[in-house]
Design a protein around this ligand. Structure first.
Ligand SMILES: *[C@@H]1O[C@H](CO)[C@@H](O)[C@H](O)[C@H]1NC(C)=O
Ligand SMILES: [Cu+2]
Length: 127
């Protein structure tokens, strides 16, 4: 009887741990200290994202100055071609925080000048 009680207590503690770990939300600062800028080299933002794990509920923080850069969420085709045939969302007021609410791929580009062609673009996969 008491070992059963002990077991159910143990199970409740385990569930509590799992819930608190999985509800831990991370704010990912895109480009870390450099922020969301015209990158120094091709593939900079892919490198930034490479070893990170993006989970549902995490946030992305794009640090940029309004007027100098924008954040445009697009689909894969526009990401690949730096076009804006079908934009999902656009932000231009500076320092944009986005919540990653769904699993799947997210694509972002900057719409200023030739910034996207110069690799100011970001693809992440949310799991
Ligand atoms: C945007 O974020 C940067 C970096 O954290 C900060 O220095 C700047 O003051 C912020 N700008 C605004 C308008 O909040
Ligand atoms: Cu830009």
């Amino acid at each position: 009887m008491s070992s059963k009680l002990y077991l159910s207590f143990f199970i409740i503690v385990m569930i509590g741990c799992i819930v608190s770990v999985s509800s831990h939300k991370t704010v990912h600062i895109v480009g870390d200290n450099l922020g969301w800028i015209l990158p120094k080299y091709t593939g900079f933002y892919n490198d930034w994202a490479k070893n990170k794990k993006f989970c549902v509920g995490d946030k992305l923080l794009f640090n940029y100055k309004p007027g100098l850069n924008t954040v445009v969420q697009v689909e894969k085709e526009d990401y690949d071609h730096c076009s804006m045939k079908k934009t999902l969302a656009q932000y231009f007021m500076g320092n944009t925080t986005l919540t990653l609410s769904n699993c799947g791929d997210y694509y972002f580009i900057c719409s200023v000048g030739k910034h996207c062609e110069a690799s100011q673009k970001l693809k992440i996969t949310v799991t």
